[in-house]
Design a protein around this ligand. Structure first.
Ligand SMILES: Nc1ncnc2c1ncn2[C@@H]1O[C@H](COP(=O)(O)OP(=O)(O)OP(=O)(O)O)[C@@H](O)[C@H]1O
Ligand SMILES: [Mg+2]
Length: 295
């Protein structure tokens, strides 16, 4: 069973005291590090004896891990809290099948009570770096905090970028909500463009993708900054631009280079995979809004 599936399973059995203890550890982790029983007791307003029970149970369930005399959340712990948050807000009801396992995230189906299927993206940036090696306490705590920060930030940033893109085109998946290291997305169909699916009209496809990049830039001031055939999904006729955590605003000092980089990645792929040639300079003028068309 994967960490996420374990988180979804055990979250159903947690008592209020355990949630309060987890919340205390989370609050402490983003601040000073790994709280001990005494601090958790003060933070969660529970007697030390209850905290001791709760931490032992949470440790057994894989949601907490011991760091010296203190405690830290595991990835399961973080994900259980996120899932609980979505369930409490009536956004999702159950975790479904895994859609994709990537380097920086896993994506699962998440189901609503009405039967809608969302894509739940769970970040796992630098997952192993803080558990695999034995480090001194301060270094371990710093590594753990940066692991949490990186993943929480990525989810929040992706959510906000997609909210800016909302309504501009159905080709940007709608972001429903975010929590902790996760973001809840509208599920879109299709395969990655990197799989080189047969396209109805490859030249038109490139034009459509550049037009979407232009829309993101002109109307949401956003450059994806990691666009490539791996972050474009297609069913052969429609396209979806996904994966926006690293998106930058057009006012960012490097936004023009990043935009040029995205355009280069996409056009290079179309040349290699579909034999579609494109003038890089003209593409740039078009996407950045300096010219009205690609011609
Ligand atoms: N909204 C969505 N609807 C359906 N599937 C999605 C959605 N978002 C992501 N996916 C699936 O999850 C995969 C990974 O998503 P994404 O590119 O956003 O994450 P990533 O962290 O960059 O993963 P990787 O390391 O594999 O590139 C996508 O290629 C796609 O198969
Ligand atoms: Mg990706």
């Amino acid at each position: 069973m994967s960490t996420t599936e374990n988180a979804a399973r055990v979250m159903k059995s947690l008592k209020d005291e355990e949630w309060r203890t987890l919340a205390g550890v989370e609050r402490a982790s983003t601040g000073y590090g790994t709280p001990d029983v005494g601090r958790l007791s003060r933070m969660s307003r529970l007697p030390q004896e209850r905290v001791r029970f709760a931490t032992a149970d949470l440790e057994k369930k894989g949601l907490l891990t011991r760091k010296g005399r203190g405690f830290a959340l595991t990835r399961e712990g973080v994900e259980a809290m996120a899932l609980k948050d979505y369930v409490k807000k009536d956004l999702i009801y159950a975790l479904g099948a895994i859609i994709a396992k990537g380097k920086e995230s896993d994506v699962y189906e998440a189901l609503t009570e009405e039967g809608t299927v969302y894509a739940l993206k769970l970040y796992k940036i630098g997952r192993t770096s803080f558990t695999s090696v034995r480090r001194s306490r301060p270094r371990e705590e710093a590594a753990f905090r940066s692991w949490m920060t990186a993943n929480y930030d990525a989810a929040r940033r992706e959510y906000h970028a997609l909210r800016k893109l909302e309504g501009l085109s159905p080709s940007f998946p709608r972001a429903v909500a975010y929590s902790r290291s996760t973001v809840l997305l509208e599920e879109v169909s299709g395969v990655r463009l990197s799989q080189r699916p047969v396209l109805e009209d490859p030249e038109g496809a490139l034009g459509a993708i550049l037009a979407l990049m232009r829309t993101a830039y002109a109307q949401a001031s956003l450059v994806n900054a990691d666009l490539s055939e791996y972050n474009i999904l297609t069913d052969g006729a429609s396209f979806w631009l996904i994966d926006w955590p690293q998106a930058v605003d057009s006012s960012h000092p490097n936004s023009t280079e990043l935009l040029a980089h995205d355009i280069k990645a996409v056009t290079t792929f179309f040349k290699r995979a579909y034999g579609v040639a494109a003038d890089l300079h003209k593409c740039y003028e078009y996407v950045s809004g300096r010219s009205l068309s690609l011609g």
